[in-house]
Design a protein around this ligand. Structure first.
Ligand code: ACO
Length: 361
């Protein structure tokens, strides 16, 4: 048995390739560096969905804008009922109300929903009514506008667009695998996305960026970083935002997001003090992890810079995993369709190691 299915190839895909030794992510033939900060999220969606969703228009922006309006109309009345739930769970429960088809309409609704629901849920918390989507805006700009209640600076909208692109797809990670397992049973896209949302929530996958900020807060100042980190590792705790199952070098998505953060900082949209503290903590963490685990290279992963970027964009830390989902949902849909079109029912075996016969009594 291969614990954690490490190194097991469980699907063939044309969607993305994660090169863990080279530190490269390729999405449908294009390196992440060619996409993040250059392509709109809508265009990366069209790239991922090509051949998998009949009727896909060349330009997805109008269709996705219309889908935001439709998702808002379909779900706005139900939002107050989710008020008592944690943000991520509220978003997931509302998304469960969407149709469970396998067509382009369903796919667009599933991408549109987190971008409208998350801002609406954030506004509900402060007693404000949700803002209606503006279908003519870019997906990232509209999501940020609805969350903030005001038009974002172009640099901020561009940073969120770069983020959504950066996390749009990433091989057979835990949530994407969950989506493919469900799709392999011929259930609909919403069922696949709901399973993936469950998998993404955990701190070993998409739930790490909030705790990254908790770490920065606990460290407090750069000169405290080394001692704090050594104490954490000595206590057997993991440092959030470091380490990866596949990457043995720095996660290329960390660089893509560090670039987006730098552009935000250069335009006065990110705090220099916070970024400097984070860079000091990153340096201290990498040095400590190298000492702590000399036989296993542990480097910065996507979640470290996710935390800094989303904080700079004004998202509260308990919403970070939902913003991640708003980007990754495009990849989940593509993988679910690919699995349904090219794969078989996913049904591995387990080895029984429990008691037998009289031992069982
Ligand atoms: N801090 C301290 N030690 C670590 C860390 C870390 N961040 N990551 C791995 N290790 C250690 C483990 O304790 C383990 O040591 P051991 O062999 O003495 O028990 C060894 O490195 C290997 O760890 P595994 O858990 O076997 O490695 P795996 O490939 O399963 O872990 C994971 C990958 C879950 C991401 C891990 O590195 C981790 O927990 N990181 C912190 C959480 C995090 O940042 N999650 C976001 C990941 S990115 C994403 O999913 C989008």
């Amino acid at each position: 048995m291969n614990n954690g299915l490490e190194d097991v190839v469980a699907a063939e895909t044309v969607l993305s390739d994660v090169d863990g030794l080279g530190g490269r992510l390729v999405i449908r033939g294009l390196p992440l560096e060619a996409l993040a900060g250059r392509w709109r999220y809508e265009d990366v969606l069209a790239l991922l969905w090509r051949d998998f969703l009949p009727g896909l228009p060349r330009d997805l922006q109008p269709a996705l804008g219309a889908a935001r309006v439709a998702a808002h109309a379909a779900l706005a009345d139900a939002i107050p009922a989710a008020a008592g739930l944690p943000l991520y769970d509220a978003m997931r429960s509302l998304m469960a109300r969407l149709p469970d088809g396998n067509d382009l309409h369903t796919a667009l609704q599933l991408v549109a929903a987190p971008a409208t629901l998350l801002p609406a849920l954030l506004r509900q918390r402060v007693g404000a009514m949700p803002l209606a989507p503006e279908p003519g805006l870019g997906h990232a700009a509209d999501m940020l506008r609805m969350a903030r209640g005001a038009d974002p600076a172009p640099a901020a909208a561009a940073a969120l667009d770069a983020y959504l692109v950066t996390v749009s797809d990433h091989g057979l990670n835990a949530s994407t695998f969950a989506a493919r397992v469900v799709a392999s049973t011929e259930a609909g896209l919403n069922s696949a996305v709901l399973a993936a949302l469950g998998a993404l929530k955990g701190p070993l996958h998409g739930g790490a960026p909030g705790p990254v900020l908790d770490m920065l807060d606990a460290v407090g100042t750069a000169d405290n970083a080394e001692t704090w980190i050594d104490d954490e590792l000595a206590a057997g705790h993991r440092l959030m935002g470091f380490g990866h199952r596949i990457y043995r070098v720095r996660d290329p998505r960390a660089d893509a997001l560090a670039g987006a953060l730098e552009r935000l900082r250069a335009t006065g949209n990110a705090s220099a003090t916070r970024t400097d503290l984070a860079l000091a903590v990153e340096r201290a963490a990498l040095a400590a992890l190298a000492r702590h685990k000399p036989d296993r290279r542990l480097d910065t992963n996507v979640e470290f810079y996710t935390a800094l970027l989303l904080e700079a964009l004004g998202f509260p830390r308990d919403s970070f995993t939902a913003v991640f989902a708003a980007g990754r949902v495009g990849g989940w849909v593509a993988h679910a369709r690919e699995q349904a079109q090219t794969g078989r029912l996913i049904r591995p075996k387990s080895r029984y190691i429990g008691p037998v016969g009289e031992q069982a009594a």
